[in-house]
Design a protein. Structure first.
Length: 251
């Protein structure tokens, strides 16, 4: 009998997934990082969107110590997190046709910007329409999704397409359909999701690539510092002043 604990098994599974995305998504990570660096250098703005638990990875790159100050959260009321009551409302809103268009029409997104859209399944109407409509506006789209869903499930959008079909760059998280890494003979359902771990790591790899890419061009990347280190607030204040017209979370 194996002496590996459930914690061991989960951490091993998550580590294996991280190794896979490192090895198999290297070109996509480089492309996404270059696209973001190009956008910063050209005066564009950066946005991230995710619904439900996918929003956790989007929030992780916004107003983040060590991260790019220009990354803004594109908020869709009711789908950002489980704080909405009932929590199932957020899932229902992801399937509403036309919601993405209304959100984009009232957002600051414009041609030349980049929108990172995170959706594990990529099958619901909201992320699909968000990508389609954003690209129609001249916004470049980076999609973070599990490509496996496109071959093992059906789209919930009228077009029959998935998020991955409407992106300039696709990052495949490699997460299995159902997002559960463990099974147990006395547990009736699979458990232990790893999508947040992997998706967050993927996006931080992209941000690191973008920051280093800007530096390699002789451009100081607009990075934030922790407010818990001496001089951090003063540093961030200078960044906010210089790039205030491209930062929307302070308004």
């Amino acid at each position: 009998m194996s002496d590996r604990t459930p914690a061991d098994r989960f951490l091993d599974a998550a580590t294996d997934l991280l190794h896979r995305v490192r090895d198999e998504e290297a070109d996509a990570i480089a492309a996404a990082g270059t696209l973001i660096a190009d956008t910063v250098a050209d005066g564009g703005r950066l946005f991230a969107f995710g619904a439900g638990h996918s929003s956790l990875a989007a929030q992780d790159v916004v107003y983040r110590a060590g991260g790019l100050a220009l990354m803004n959260l594109l908020v869709v009321p009711g789908v950002v997190g489980v704080d909405v009551m009932p929590a199932t409302l957020g899932s229902a809103l992801e399937r509403v046709d036309g919601l993405a268009a209304a959100v984009l029409d009232s957002s600051p997104l414009r041609a030349g910007d980049v929108l990172v859209i995170i959706s594990l399944s990529g099958r619901n109407a909201l992320p699909v329409e968000m990508a389609m409509n954003a690209r129609a506006l001249g916004v470049r789209v980076v999609g973070v999704t599990s490509v496996a869903y496109a071959s093992q499930t059906t789209s919930r959008h009228v077009s029959g397409t998935f998020l991955k079909d409407h992106c300039d760059v696709v990052l495949d998280s490699k997460i299995a359909v159902g997002d559960a890494e463990l099974t147990h003979d006395r547990v009736p359902a699979p458990f232990a999701p790893a999508s947040t771990v992997v998706t967050t790591a993927l996006l931080q790899a992209v941000m690191a690539t973008a920051a280093a890419g800007l530096a390699d061009r002789g451009i100081e990347p607009p990075l934030l510092r922790s407010g818990n280190v001496d001089g951090g607030h003063e540093w961030n204040g200078r960044v906010f002043e210089e790039y205030g017209d491209r930062i929307f979370y302070r308004r």
